[in-house]
Design a protein around this ligand. Structure first.
Ligand code: GLC
Length: 694
């Protein structure tokens, strides 16, 4: 086996059948592979071999070692004793917690024992299965249906170190435009420009924050990608400009299937360019999706990606702000909810491959094509791309939304492990369909879902055609007011969230993170998947059952303040939180200042800044990162420190503002207990001392 250190704390191993020369190129990698220095894996590997031509890797399990991550997974946080399948699918009628593989496959495992972590990525874009000490408690077994046997081991010792190394190799989440952190509203069946206009008007009239509106497949002419329905969306440019004036951006869906139609230029260009996937016999591979009979771009080819990327000028020129890549597993309708047969050929612009070997990369390549297209067409803007399907490293190209859940309480619960699993697998920018996609919701479910949803890195309400409407006002009061207040809280948290995105962009640290990421030495956190951290300051424990106002919350070591009352509890502790509707259980780490903005309707409105401090005896700090919110210009950062004595004396200090970016506000506020102190905004350090009733 060829074993080499390819980066600090990252060892790569490769076994190549039939004496083939090593080839480590992969869509997982952010940069082309390096040669590396010879290295050793100690006694981690028990065996690595080809059995009947198929790779099989056996890893020794240290006693008490437990397993996490595995990408997009609906079941709980811990994976010890489970068998995981990696093969992208569009599951029939949504998914439940019993499903294993879904739209995205990331064969990455985070191992943890007594606070010490390491990670392992098995790099193959075809089908992989990992048995995590289920069949044999002393082993972890990786099996693939083909390809070479290539894997990477990421050293810790902490989960933070592992994620840092994993995302250095597979790529980091790009900085999003600030507007992408606002509230997004979608529904499959906004049938006309007028209907979208009226949804927009409701948001503004009801004073409910909203930033982005979505056009699902119905904006197109017969579901032909890169077209507009001329009757229902007669003047896209004017329509989008009007919405823009009112502070809205619009994102459009794009599917990979291109309608086979001689009179349709996208099809003709693809066919004439030889850009589509082929059958084993060399014919254009065709299957049915929304538009009817379709051909499918071979996104494994750089030339095809360039072509596809350039097609987005159709959308951007009309004023579209971002693109939502759907059905890119790819999902096909014959047979229903299937995918491409394994022997479909990806010509690959000279490097032909079978679908079986690249299946899990198809959606990721589509997302890459989209991102690169947007970046080329609008180089001064940060691309906004969503993808349903992906592979290891997808975070470089797109955020992940987790597809078709249902408006069920179980799925509200499920979104917590789902997002934590993704966060531990490098995909920090993610979100579920708030309110649930399939089936009818109700007011209480939507309100509770919004209480959780506003803490997701991606906050979007989306629902399916034919289901009950679920815009924030759809179920009347008191639900509408609860949704409004929660979305306003989201807007107030934007400076904190944006700072977390920058941390993620720099280090790979998840934004919404499991408790074990912060407290790896505390094994109680290893299964605490019905609560989560947002950054290191906020602990959120949503209510996910109807009719309940109380729930158990585990608070790890440290002092935690109840967000709504300010009361504090010393952890580790198990508490019964009272969380009536509109006041989800949120705990703030003591002495960790949180930068908060104003309750604005959208990011086009100007916002002040308030450092919110919950103090108790001890000390802590928090950061603020700022820039223009889009583009690639200068940025600035500063750190706030808090020291609180036993006598109630609290000292808040703000470091010098580093960096070239100058925020436009004139004052900064500091909230210490009930008192709000105003200081002029400047680059100079600030010190405030107050006596606070702790
Ligand atoms: C898929 C998507 C869903 C979308 C629908 C129609 O089911 O997952 O979000 O609304 O297709 O485009």
């Amino acid at each position: 086996m060829d074993v080499r250190r390819v980066a600090d704390g990252v060892v790569r191993a490769g076994l190549f059948a039939d004496g083939r020369p090593p080839d480590y190129s992969s869509p997982a990698l952010a940069e082309p592979p390096v040669v590396g220095e010879p290295a050793s894996l100690g006694d981690l590997v028990e065996s690595a071999e080809f059995v009947d031509g198929r790779p099989r890797l056996v890893i020794r399990r240290a006693e008490g070692e437990r397993y996490f991550a595995c990408g997009e997974r609906t079941a709980g946080l811990e994976k010890t004793g489970s068998h995981q399948v990696f093969w992208n699918i569009d599951p029939p009628m949504g998914h439940t917690a019993s499903f294993n593989n879904l739209y995205t496959s990331i064969p990455f495992v985070l191992a943890l024992r007594a606070g010490r972590a390491y990670g392992l990525l098995y790099d193959y874009t075809g089908r992989v299965e990992i048995d995590l000490a289920r069949d044999d408690p002393s082993r972890v077994v990786f099996e693939a249906t083909g390809g070479d046997l290539v894997f990477y081991v990421f050293e810790g010792p902490t989960p933070r170190d592992v994620l840092d190394r994993y995302t250095a190799l597979t790529g980091r989440t790009p900085m999003p435009p600030l507007w992408a952190l606002g509230n997004h509203q979608s529904r499959w069946s906004y049938m006309s420009a007028d209907e979208v206009r009226s949804v927009a008007a409701e948001f503004r009239a009801r004073r409910i924050p909203c930033e982005v509106l979505y056009l699902d497949i119905d904006y197109m002419q017969g579901y032909r990608v890169f077209t507009w329905d001329s009757e229902r969306f007669p003047d896209p440019e004017r329509f989008l400009a009007e919405l823009r004036e009112d502070g809205f951006r619009v994102v459009t869906i794009i599917d990979p299937g291109v309608r086979v139609d001689e009179s349709y230029s996208v099809y003709r260009e693809g066919r004439d360019g030889g850009f589509f996937c082929l059958t084993h016999e060399g014919e254009e591979y065709r299957n049915v999706v929304w538009p009817g009979l379709c051909a499918f771009p071979d996104f494994s080819s750089a030339a095809v990606r360039d072509w596809w990327g350039s097609l987005h000028s159709w959308l951007l020129d009309a004023g579209v702000a971002g693109v939502w890549c759907d059905m890119n597993e790819p999902a096909l309708f014959v047979p229903l909810q299937s995918t491409m047969p394994p022997d479909v050929v990806h010509p690959g612009g000279g490097r032909a491959r079978m679908h079986a070997d690249v299946h899990n990369a198809y959606g990721q390549w589509m997302a890459q094509a989209t991102r690169e297209g947007l970046a080329t067409l609008r180089p001064e803007r940060r691309p906004f791309v969503i993808s349903r399907a992906g592979y290891a490293g997808m975070q470089r190209h797109a955020l992940q939304w987790t597809g078709d859940n249902s408006s069920w309480w179980e799925h509200l619960w499920m979104s917590m492990p789902q997002l934590q699993n993704l966060g531990l697998s490098g995909v920090a920018w993610a979100g579920v369909d708030n309110g649930g996609f399939f089936d009818d919701g109700n007011g209480e479910l939507l309100a509770r879902w919004t209480e959780l949803g506003v803490f997701q890195p991606f906050c979007r309400n989306h629902s399916a055609m034919g289901t009950a409407r679920q815009e924030p006002w759809a179920f009347g009061e008191p639900w509408e007011s609860i949704c409004r207040e929660m979305l306003l809280l989201r807007m107030r948290l934007l400076p904190y969230l944006y700072t977390l995105f920058e941390e993620c962009h720099r280090t790979g640290a998840p934004i919404l993170r499991p408790l074990l990421f912060e407290f790896p030495e505390d094994e109680t956190t290893y299964t605490a998947d019905d609560q989560f951290m947002v950054g290191s300051a906020l602990l959120v424990a949503p209510i996910t059952r109807p009719g309940l106002e109380h729930r158990h919350v585990y608070l790890p070591e440290g002092t935690w303040h109840h967000f709504w009352t300010g009361d504090f509890v010393s952890g580790p502790a198990h508490v019964l939180a009272h969380a009536p509707l509109g006041q989800p259980a949120i705990y703030v780490r003591s002495n960790t200042p949180i930068p908060m903005g104003d309750p604005i309707q959208h990011t086009g409105e100007s916002s002040g800044l308030t450092w919110r401090v919950f103090a108790s005896p001890g000390s802590g700090s928090g950061d603020l990162y700022e820039d223009a919110g889009d583009g690639y210009g200068p940025s600035c950062r500063r750190t706030a420190h808090v020291e609180s004595g036993d006598d109630g004396r609290v000292r808040f200090s703000l470091s010098i503002r580093e960096g070239e970016f100058v925020p436009s506000r004139h004052i900064t506020r500091v909230q210490l207990g009930p008192e709000v102190v105003e200081v002029p905004e400047s680059a100079e350090p600030v010190v405030i001392e107050r006596l606070v009733d702790l």
